[in-house]
Design a protein around this ligand. Structure first.
Ligand SMILES: O=C(O)CCC(=O)C(=O)O
Ligand SMILES: [Fe+2]
Length: 279
């Protein structure tokens, strides 16, 4: 880190040629950018500071300029919300794998997808058969897939509709993050905290056995919990707007999961679970 005031311009030119100066920062604003940045050139000499590398600037607490360092700026923003989330850490102590990826969408993108999903998905109340009686849930669902697959859960057979462009974008983002492939997605709409989902596992015979299920959450932040079928051990976490959780390996065989209702949440939540159906 070198200040501009402490350096005669001749020395500065030599440092730039030698590569010991590659970025300039603003001491007052704690922003850094390239030496050619138009915004950077306007700053007062006494505020100007130089760095050799991006790492040096970030370690000093500077953030990348949104004009001349767009890619680094977006990475810095995502790292900021995800402060130190380790997506390789297994949240389960045994008998399955659950990985939490934190926020995978910027707040703006997450807002945009949530607005789209609330307005454009043909949401329908979910149907279940319990002791031979048909029930409609308060929660609404929609099911999308590569083909109009049939899928049975809660003793009711549903037929998928084919992807929209926006759902395909989300599927591509989730596949890129997780390295997995998915051919279908169940969407759930919880209008407020009164709606949730009871303890269950997603081990239906139409699903690929031990396949990954990737769960993308949008809207109101809600608690999500796992409970081991034998030991009854429970693990829970919060799922914020734009976050991704992946369940895989033998998770569905040994663990139940649920979305507990909560009276404090007044806003809707949309959850997308990307799955691999057997065909
Ligand atoms: O809403 C959620 O987070 C989970 C939904 C779920 O478990 C399911 O659709 O099977
Ligand atoms: Fe589930």
């Amino acid at each position: 880190m070198i200040t501009h005031l402490a350096n005669p311009d001749r020395q500065l030119a030599a440092d730039i040629r030698a590569g010991s100066i590659t970025f300039a920062g603003n001491k007052r604003m704690k922003i850094f950018g390239t030496l050619r940045c138009a915004q950077g050139k306007r700053m007062k000499r006494e505020n100007r500071i130089f760095f050799q590398s991006i790492d040096e600037a970030i370690n000093e607490g500077y953030r990348p300029c949104g004009h001349c360092m767009n890619v680094a700026y977006h990475k810095w923003k995502m790292d900021l919300f995800n402060n130190n989330i380790d997506e390789t850490r297994n949240l389960l102590p045994q008998d399955g794998t659950v990985n939490y990826y934190g926020n995978i969408l910027s707040p703006k993108a997450a807002d945009r997808y949530l607005d789209y999903l609330l307005a454009s998905i043909p949401w329908q109340h979910d149907e279940a058969v319990i002791f031979g009686k048909h029930y409609l849930t308060k929660r609404k669902v929609a099911w999308y897939a590569d083909m109009p697959y049939e899928y049975t859960y809660s003793k009711v057979t549903k037929r998928a509709v084919v992807w929209t462009a926006e759902l395909l974008e989300l599927k591509a983002i989730v596949e890129q993050k997780t390295g997995e492939r998915f051919n279908s997605c169940l969407l759930n709409l919880y209008h407020d905290g009164n709606e949730g989902m009871a303890w269950h596992s997603d081990g239906e015979k139409d699903l690929m056995k031990d396949g990954a299920i990737a769960s993308l959450s949008l809207g109101a932040e809600r608690k999500f919990a796992f409970r081991h079928k034998q030991t009854k051990e429970t693990i829970s976490l919060m799922l914020p707007h734009g976050s991704l959780l992946v369940m895989k390996d033998t998770t569905q065989t040994h663990w139940l999961h649920r979305l507990p209702p909560t009276t404090t949440v007044k806003r809707p939540r949309v959850n997308l679970t990307f799955r691999m159906m057997l065909r």
